[in-house]
Write a protein that binds this ligand. Sequence first.
Ligand code: SF4
Length: 243
Amino acid sequence: MPQKLYRDLCEAAGQVRGLLENLQLLGARELPWPVDTLPLRVCPTGSDAADLVAGHCRSETLEEIRADLGDCCRCLLSQGREHIVFGCGNENARVVFVGEAPGREEDKQGIPFVGEAGRLLDRMLFAMGLSREDVYICNVQKCRPPGNRDPQPDEIMACEPFLARQLAAIRPRVIVTLGRFAAQVLLKDQEAISRLRGQWREYEGIPLMPTYHPAYLLRNPATKREVWEDLKLVMSRLRDSDA
Ligand code: SF4
């Protein structure tokens, strides 16, 4: 066999092996697409065949992303923060919850969703049959905006790439955005959260369900029922993806 053909075959076999290994890492028990429609693409320079998975390059680990973030001062929010609130939970989570930005308690502790809104989120998780250990929780902004003001466009632009990398690393089955800000940033859609919520959307091929922020529920307890409807859709989607 000509050497070049042999090399090409070896490379193709490596790509297939890498794809299968990555699918296994993602929890797949069977190929989710007919083999002849697999959307393989070549990763950028520096990646190898094992990095190919369903058209996506294998991403970094959360630890690598956190290390890259470092003691970040890419935007002005660094100046008033006590802690960077990177995110917490399961690196292999099937669901990622994304909020807006750390509040006072989160900034103090360096953990997302602590305090009263966090306790409500815990109860929402419990109702879904989940705990913090099962999911991953993070925010669009990693540092607390002073006075809990809305993050500014330049601050979002500086921080959002890290969220994008976290989501690429975890590659959950479902993303749940909590509140207007996270939904609008991830969906690039300025629609009101009252219209966005309860409707399936997509972020980089991942189903995304926008719902209200727990802090909003504390102020408007009547909206809890709507959130529960949204979460039921999420649970049903997770069940379907297990089937
Ligand atoms: S908000 Fe994000 S980009 Fe800005 S300083 Fe904090 S970690 Fe860096």
